[in-house]
Design a protein around this ligand. Sequence first.
Ligand code: ADP
Ligand code: MG
Length: 694
Amino acid sequence: MSMPAEFGSMVFSDSVMQQRLPHDTYRALKRILSEGASLNRDIADIIANAMKDWALEKGATHFTHWFQPMTGVTAEKHDSFIRPIGDKVIMEFSGKELIKGESDASSFPSGGLRATFEARGYTAWDPTSYAFIKDKTLCIPTAFCSYTGEALDKKTPLLRSMELISSQAARIVRLFGKDCERVTPTVGAEQEYFLIDREMYEKRPDLIYTGRTLIGCQPSKGQELDDHFFGALKTRVAAFMRELDEELWRLGIPAKTRHNEVAPGQHELAPVFETVNVAVDHNQLTMEIMKKVAARHGMVCLLHEKPFEGVNGSGKHNNWSLVTDSGTNLLDPGDNPMDNLQFLLVLCAVVRAVDMHQDLLRIAVSSAGNDHRLGGFEAPPSIMSMYLGDELEGVLASIKSGEAYDKIEKSYINSGVHSLSRVRRDTTDRNRTSPFAFTGNKFEFRSVGSSFSISDANVIINTIVADQLEQFADQLEMAEKDNFKNTVMRLIREIIVRHDRIIFNGNNYSPEWPEEARKRGLVILPSTVEALNEFTSEKNIDLFTRHAIFSENEMHSRREVMLENYAKVVNIEALTMLDMVKRNVLPVVIRESKALSDSAKVKLEIGIPADVEIRLATELSRKAEDILKKCDLLQAAQQHASALGFSAASAREYRYEVLNDMRLLRNTVDETEKLVDESKWPYPSYGQLLFSVL
Ligand code: ADP
Ligand code: MG
């Protein structure tokens, strides 16, 4: 691949449009994009035709409206461009086909929004995210909604939240005397994943059906030597990463950083940040392409949040900031944050938003999979708090106390070697344990799960921050001009006094933190089930409906979809586990125990002591009994929960009964694995899985 020429070669990008569209059409489209005007059919026809010609030259034969239903993965239905004329065909693509599609929506989750009798769903072109070619198909990013206009997807609310924060943040910037029409949220999502060998994967029904291992005892080597993080890449992994980067680059996805992560077999990819809507689309594509490329290299890419117990899980760090139409990053503190009132005000909006809506941020990262990760020793806890770093905390503390601010001077790191160039020390260190950390000129939300669409988290961040900015702007627009600075300062101080409980610099993994958080009155929602129940609280319905991000109906439907998904996921896990244990583990344990007692019998008959065989056979026989007993318990719990249907009530049963019985069964099975001849155990071990890629 030749770079930079081939970057974005599969994208109907701005420069392609500029080249291929008549000048008037191009200008009209740009106007539509910047002013949000709507598109007329004539323009749509011209654009569609240019898109088709371009796509045909690139070898495409089909087009699809590419959308993001509430499943969290993308959906597509392909139509070819052909129109038969006599015994020949012509290739056609109209403006109508570009801007609107109709799709049977009844098989996508809607949480009751769309009954089957009105199963029509519509997809509508989102011209703010470029069309692209994948698998010889022209993919048109679209939003997906019902006949009555209710959002059935993850893109529609995101676009709504972008418009909201744009208008509110622009008001703030204008208050500081600058021209500003638009403000855009920017996002860079760091993606973690595991790679394992395909052959091993195929022997594990739990990985195939659920994405995570449901049984498996700890290997003698895990991640304790810290020898994998940033380690040299194995040949197969390096080849995978190279091909992945190239595929992503062709699609205009700015993949930038790649490295090994902490756990064996774990890696990370980070792109350069983009407008949030594009970043969401690109992250969805990245996940899809990771899986495809891995398959070509005889591997499987696991995106589950916790594929293996005892080693780190995978997350997605959502780096978020705001940029104005003239290119200013509103979260850039500059050299003197103490004097940068606009920055401090936006910072305070984020602080207050996070403190007031801890529940929503917790909800944004809720799923059956991520529950296994949040609160693990390597991942942020399910309690939300913020880290700002020494410098900003110093600034805020001095505003709070009214005492003069002691500026942290820029300093240089002394490596003790003269030939090394001087490295300036950052004024903030890192706190890797914080769920919501300020990292110099952006906030990094670390709790998002690796398999998630990052849309939900950003809808929530955009909305809660915009809500604060709106309140600030309402207040400040009333303030007298000569007194503006003082009014801003007073507002900032008030926010710090009232909301600094959300700021926590310490170790979020420490056992003392939950106790401390409780004392501070922070919100503690231990699992997805408790979290999702809060989604439709009065406060939240008021927030989202007031800003027209979600209607009340849409909120109930989303909560329903997520709880249903939770119950279904745990149900599949329970059934898979029972199947694996009863049909494969248990017979092996019984056979092994019998083989040992048979051999003891033979030995004893000819007068050789058989204490070892007898002891092991007895132990295995007891384990078999124990396993069967725990299978019965799990089965009863699963049947009880599934009888309740997949709903809020059953989600609670799955969380507190089924998952608990799965844990008990797993413990016994894992103890048993350690007693059985490795060659007889029916499934590849953790050691084989984690160290399978050479
Ligand atoms: P760090 O060292 O803090 O992890 P990086 O520069 O490696 O910072 O960035 C991590 C991610 O954050 C990358 O995806 C990067 O593009 C993204 N990022 C950097 N600046 C911004 C910004 N202003 N807005 C959103 N994301 C950003
Ligand atoms: Mg990071």
